[in-house]
Design a protein around this ligand. Structure first.
Ligand code: SF4
Length: 339
């Protein structure tokens, strides 16, 4: 594992059993399929894809909150390292302090029966991080101030707050145990656009000040472009393209990425409409198409795409794509206006 790497997955798969098929064979849903990625310390790594592509399951597997069916996940923050396969008991509790989650829905994520102080303090008490109430209160106040929460509001209940303020409470709860890795799962998707910017800027500030590595899960590429250093595009549980953000936006090498980019609304209302329509629905991960999983919706598909799985290979330094024709076609034209 590279010294700069915070968390690394190698050939990670997450499968859920579905019982037996009509022919008696065991059936599985491949939510994450043979994914390899690494996230650098203190960086923002974006994970994008449609609903049902496996983004949340992958994020949870990296937190040891979804079962690892195959492959390896290793974590090292410079002080401590963990191999997530077989991690349990005290070691898992220790990992939980270092790897946290910010949920999507700030309304459902907070208990309506607890005050803001108790919500933020709960991880400290459950994980036994602080020794007494005075220590807990001091830590809660410190983190609340970092998240720009008014300290006088700590005695109030969540219903008294707007969506943006509630998300800042969720962020404070994730930060209070001193994590080095955070999975932010669609953390701004439920917020108004003006509030989204506020929360994104807060996350960026936290990344800078505290050196935390983020896995930022989103279906919105314009948000990802704003905050992420690197991006991976997921389709049916597999990474189809990964690159530094600027490189991926400037020259996508996979038709799926190109279609996602072209769907970003242009700021200029008079700009020519270039959105590529993605035909059909994402297929079921319980019964994925053979060959390239994207071939049922790809306008560039040829005969070999239906039978041969394209490998995720390096097209340019740091830029990998899983398409037989990544060098051949120019996927940039349709994405150009958005980029
Ligand atoms: Fe499309 Fe074929 Fe490339 Fe798959 S391998 S993305 S079907 S052109």
């Amino acid at each position: 594992m590279n010294r700069d790497t915070l968390i690394e997955a190698k050939n990670l798969s997450v499968r859920y059993p579905l019982g037996r098929s009509m022919f008696g064979a065991k059936a599985f849903l491949n939510a994450v399929d043979n994914v390899s990625l690494s996230i650098r310390k203190g960086s923002f790594f974006g994970l994008v894809g449609e609903s049902g592509s496996g983004k949340t399951t992958l994020g949870r597997a990296l937190l040891k909150a979804a079962p690892i069916s195959e492959g390896e996940v290793t974590y090292h923050d410079g002080e401590k390292g963990f191999d997530l396969n077989g991690l349990k008991g005290a070691a898992l509790k220790d990992y939980r302090k270092r790897a946290q989650l910010i949920f999507q829905d700030p309304y459902a994520a907070l208990s309506p029966r607890m005050t803001v102080r108790d919500i933020i303090a709960e991880p400290l008490e459950v994980m036994g991080i602080t020794r007494n109430r005075a220590e807990t209160d001091a830590r809660v106040r410190e983190i609340a101030a970092k998240c720009r929460l008014n300290l006088e509001h700590l005695r109030r209940f969540p219903h008294a707050f707007s969506g943006g303020q509630r998300q800042r409470i969720s962020i404070a709860r994730a930060l209070v145990s001193g994590p080095r890795f955070i999975v932010a799962d669609e953390s701004v998707a439920a917020l108004d656009v003006s509030i989204q910017a506020d929360v994104l800027n807060l996350l960026k500030q936290i990344q800078k000040d505290m050196g935390i590595g983020f896995l930022f899960i989103s279906h919105d590429l314009s948000v990802v472009a704003h905050v992420c250093d690197e991006v991976a595009v997921l389709y049916l549980g597999q990474i189809v393209e990964t690159a530094p953000t600027r490189q991926l936006f400037a020259r996508p090498r996979h038709p799926y990425t190109s279609a996602l980019l072209s769907a970003i609304p242009a700021l200029d209302p008079d700009a020519p409409k270039t959105a590529e329509k993605l035909e059909g629905e994402i297929p079921s991960p319980a019964n994925p198409p053979p060959g390239c999983k994207f071939h049922t919706r790809c306008r560039f598909a040829r005969a070999e795409c239906k039978t041969t799985v394209p490998a995720l290979r390096e097209i340019a330094p740091g830029h990998r794509a899983a398409c037989h024709f990544a060098e051949e076609f120019d996927f940039t034209r349709s994405a150009a206006a958005s980029a």
